[in-house]
Ligand binder design. Structure first.
Ligand code: ADP
Ligand code: MG
Length: 704
């Protein structure tokens, strides 16, 4: 039904609503209250402080503002008393619009000064009630008023909070009291939701918006949250199932006993048991016919690179190529060095002649030509590179394994593009940003997951300290001390994309001061994204060789860089970074035998940010930090998940609803395994709901 038939929405407002996609009354059923406000009697008000309230009463008197900065004062009474409500910013004209002796709802915040016995009401909104209209009277006697977010889009309709609440109330009234048509179709089999102790969907929607008591809200919310999680997991289950059925992958079935022996001989350390476990998981995936689609999570320094080398070797000895894609040239170059050294040893021991190459954006045309033909004719078996790998003109002879390092830096499309370079190659994505399990089950829910939860032995925990701006001299002295002992240091400045120019300028100015004033006798160099690649390379190798004492840098060094002798990480303006990013940066030190330090410098040391930063001092465990980061910033902000639009939860809360998520996942995956197209009559509700609400995902199910 069109919304203009609801009281409160005339032609004009209906037009405004239609501009933001609200055309039917049913569209209001998807609104979710941002907050619930109780209606109080005036007498009871003084028992409550600082809470939003709704009052219902009769306007007895209005004092008009005498000066423009004075409030208008409205006197409202109900059967228990009278209250004066100052309205600031109300012009004479607006104040005149109140009708004396008529009924009004007022919404505002109640504050009560216990010492002076003064009640203050902070006005937010009011609404005139027509007490000859039965529905309006019913509305005004609600015990609890839902208040909705006025998104900037909604604000364009000039709607105010109580009016929106009234419109939604009238929509519900129309659909469930007057019409009694069944607009909300149950999405789950009754057996399922009752077993889980959840409400029927219709009841949940009504209670979520118009509860009689606050405690009903949570039960209603849980039902809606379950649906959100369940259908998300259902889509993931369908996707994963399809990959299994359609994408017969490569079975790397050659016996690798000899390869493993040679591999072991090339190692100059003992693998951790976690490394061995994940290598085994990867091997089993590769050996089987199904296409591997696996996420390898491991904290910074946990040794993922060697695991990736192992996987690449399996593919190569089976006659296929392997590719490793990195987010930055720095990282690609470093990987290329490490892996080349390893392969050189491996070639000697195994009597093989595995060729490895690096493909970057800015390489000379002549070199690029040679590399591209080597990749195309299969001469080169291991290819390391950046985005350059997924360009159109790069053709592989037979790509068997695609690895993506620090995969959160890439989008879904880029992942897919690398995969498309082969015929269903196995895919391994690696990340050092640990993801809370709740998140990995949602955003990466279609991947299998391997976790390296152990650091190589002998690593000392990095000591983390928080300092403020005034303590910088102390920090500089400390750096000097450590450098005298032969160590090296990083000093990192934030560059936030939106203010890149300003940030880079301030980083460069600081660099100048450090180099010329504070450490004139030391070799201080600067690194940032705009520096030409060959210069970057030169700086990095000089730093690695210990010729540079202090590397002043932006976050380009955030991922992957491995210089064991660097033992100090100073992070400036740390309040601007997320915890996971700080953890990444900290991961650049603590890689050698010496005690390492991470010094976090924050602008305002005693506010919320620093309490957030204190988590960094408490733990070195990336998973714990990730959980905390997610709790503080919300899953949406957590390394830009929201940007990628992969996770759009409106009711469910990955922290509060962990249990629901695990159940939803379990049920969805089992269901799709048994009934991939949801044809079982028991699943009819789910099937219909899915078809009606997840049109984009329909083609996934191949439903004709
Ligand atoms: P990340 O998981 O952060 O990518 P790397 O693969 O770069 O970590 O490994 C970090 C450092 O630890 C490297 O110098 C690597 O040679 C070393 N390393 C890896 N595995 C082990 C191990 N089992 N024992 C000792 N050192 C190891
Ligand atoms: Mg790495």
């Amino acid at each position: 039904m069109e919304i203009k038939y609801i009281k409160g929405i005339g032609e004009k407002r209906a037009k405004a609503f239609s501009k933001i996609g609200i055309t039917k009354i049913e569209d209001f059923l998807n609104f979710i209250p941002r907050l619930y406000v109780k209606r109080y009697s005036i007498k009871l008000l003084k028992n409550y402080y600082d809470i939003p309230v709704v009052l219902y009463g009769t306007v007895r008197k209005v004092d008009f503002p005498l000066k423009s900065n004075h409030p208008a004062v409205v006197y409202l009474s109900d059967e228990t008393g009278m209250i004066s409500i100052p309205i600031f910013g109300a012009s004479h004209l607006r104040a005149k619009q109140f009708h004396l002796n008529e009924k009004y709802l007022f919404y505002g915040k109640n504050t009560y000064d216990i010492f002076n016995g003064i009640l203050k009401f902070e006005y937010r909104d009011h609404l005139k009630i027509d007490d000859t209209d039965k529905r309006e009277v019913k509305f005004s006697s609600l015990k609890i008023f839902p208040i909705y977010e006025l998104s900037s889009e909604l604000k364009k309709t000039f709607i105010k909070p109580l009016t929106l609440t009234k419109i939604i109330y009238f929509s519900f009234y129309r659909l469930f009291v007057e019409d009694k048509s069944d607009v909300i179709k149950e999405s789950l089999p009754e057996e399922l939701f009752s077993q889980l102790g959840l409400l029927p969907l219709k009841k949940a929607k009504i209670k979520l918006n118009f509860p009689n008591e606050i405690k009903e809200v949570e039960l209603a919310r849980r039902r809606c949250a379950f649906d959100e999680l369940f259908f998300l997991e259902l889509i993931l289950a369908i996707k994963k199932n399809l990959i299994k059925i359609e994408n017969k992958g490569i079975a790397f079935s050659k016996d690798i006993t000899h390869t493993v022996e040679c591999f072991k001989k090339c190692l100059n350390f003992k693998l951790t048991s976690a490394q061995r476990r994940v290598m085994n998981e990867i091997y089993l995936d590769m050996k089987s016919e199904k296409a591997m689609n696996r996420l390898l999570q491991g904290d910074v320094g946990s040794g993922k690179t060697i695991v990736s080398i192992f996987a690449m070797l399996i593919s190569v000895v089976n006659g296929y190529q392997s590719a490793l894609m990195c987010p930055t040239e720095l990282l690609a170059t470093q990987h290329y060095r490490t892996i080349s050294e390893f392969i050189e040893r491996f070639n000697k021991i195994s009597n093989l002649n595995i060729k490895i190459a690096i493909l970057l954006g800015g390489q000379k045309k002549s070199l690029r030509k040679i590399l591209l033909s080597g990749i195309k004719n299969g001469e080169i078996s291991i290819i390391i590179g950046t985005h350059a790998l997924i360009q159109e003109n790069v053709e592989f002879k037979s790509l068997g394994l695609a690895i993506i390092d620090e995969q959160h830096k890439f989008g879904v499309l880029q992942r897919a593009k690398l995969r498309e370079k082969g015929l269903n190659p196995d895919v391994l994505v690696m990340t050092a940003t640990p993801i809370p399990r709740t998140l990995s089950l949602t955003i990466y829910g279609d991947l299998d997951i391997s976790i390296i939860d152990e650091l190589p032995r002998g690593r000392k925990d990095v000591i983390t300290l928080i300092k403020n701006e005034n303590e910088k001299n102390e920090v500089f002295n400390f750096i000097r001390q450590e450098i005298n002992k032969g160590r090296q240091a990083y000093i990192v400045y934030p560059i936030i994309e939106e203010s890149e120019k300003v940030d880079l300028k301030s980083a460069e100015e600081n660099y100048k001061i450090l180099k010329e004033k504070i450490f004139p006798d030391l070799n201080v160099q600067m690194m940032h994204g705009r520096i030409p690649d060959d210069v970057k390379d030169k700086i990095m190798s000089e730093f690695k060789e210990g010729k540079i004492n202090i590397l002043v840098s932006t976050t380009v060094i955030e991922v992957g860089i491995d210089v064991p002798n660097a033992s100090i990480m100073v992070i400036e303006e740390a309040q601007r970074f997320g915890l996971s990013q700080l953890h990444q940066l900290r991961g650049r030190v603590g890689r050698g035998a010496e005690q390492s330090y991470c010094i976090i410098i924050a602008k305002e040391p005693y506010d919320i940010t620093s309490r957030r930063l204190e988590i960094m001092c408490k733990t070195n465990d990336g998973f714990k930090i990730a959980e905390a980061d997610m709790e503080i910033r919300g899953p949406g902000e957590f390394f830009g998940v929201r940007q990628s639009g992969e996770l759009n939860l409106r009711v469910a809360d990955l922290i509060k609803d962990k249990d629901l998520l695990f159940k939803a996942r379990d049920i969805a995956f089992k269901m799709i395994e048994k009934d991939p197209q949801l044809r079982n009559p028991q699943h009819i509700n789910i099937r219909n709901y899915f078809i009606n609400n997840y049109k984009d995902s329909l083609n996934l199910m191949k439903i004709p």
